[in-house]
Design a protein around this ligand. Structure first.
Ligand code: ZN
Length: 241
């Protein structure tokens, strides 16, 4: 079976070009300006033709909170937007903090058969920040990284353990850097006034980067950066190794 995708703009790692794509069986056999014969022709005029996109951070909320989103509708929405691989966070009920939940999530995505689902397991059991999960077991089940999603790990020894264990298994931690003791539900820009009032969350971020550096085993992986100023903190941590 030959499929020709024609008239599209191909976007690849090396740039973009107007060309046609010939697929034979399950492989791309030709990217050409010519128009080879095919069993099926798809007109992609005005469209982008790209490799499947990867969404590093989705909330499928499945199991437990399916009224918000689930693996099936999440898969369908993803492919409609060109995303073929999704990494769902562990903010499910129960939390994805063990291998049986990880396996169930992957099995559901496989049954629908639209995307590759690579779950991000919780860092800590029930995302409570007190005890790390069985990382080796969860990686074996199909998890690729660890995160408590929107919750920070406030206990430094737990965070250090998480960084060391995940690195030991060749994985990594995606951290939500927030100091809840400073936030108190308040919202304001960091500056002179926030310093006077002790608002803002910069200290937690700097602390997490320091820990990552002292364990010397972790590239920066973070969830939910939300201010341009944080880029400076991240850049500084990278520079410091
Ligand atoms: Zn999230």
């Amino acid at each position: 079976m030959k499929i020709l995708i024609k008239n599209g703009t191909i976007v690849n790692w090396g740039g973009s070009e107007e060309a046609n794509v010939l697929i034979e069986g399950d492989k791309i056999s030709k990217i050409t300006r010519e128009c080879p014969a095919a069993d099926r022709v798809i007109d992609a005029a005005g469209k982008l033709v790209m490799p499947g996109l990867i969404d590093m951070h989705v909330h499928f909320r499945d199991p437990g909170l399916e009224y918000k989103d689930d693996v099936i509708s999440g898969s369908e929405t993803a492919v409609a937007g060109g995303v073929t691989t999704c990494l769902p966070m562990a903010n499910t009920r129960p939390v994805n903090d063990n291998s049986s939940i990880t396996r169930a999530m992957i099995a559901k995505a496989k049954a629908r058969g639209l995307i590759d689902l690579l779950p991000i397991g919780a860092i800590s059991q029930d995302c409570k920040g007190a005890k790390i999960v069985e990382m080796g077991d969860m990686l074996e089940a199909g998890c690729v990284a660890f995160s408590d999603d929107g919750l920070p790990v406030t206990d430094s020894s737990v965070m250090r353990q998480a960084l060391e264990y995940s690195a030991h298994f060749g994985s990594f931690v995606i951290n939500h850097s927030e100091d809840c003791s400073l936030c108190h539900g308040g919202v304001m820009n960091e500056g002179k006034i926030s310093a006077i009032l002790s608002k803002g969350d910069g200290e937690r971020k700097r602390g997490d980067h320091d820990r990552a550096r002292s364990t010397a085993c972790q590239k920066d992986g973070r969830a939910h950066p939300h201010r341009a100023r944080e880029l400076g903190v991240v850049a500084k941590a990278h520079k410091a190794g």
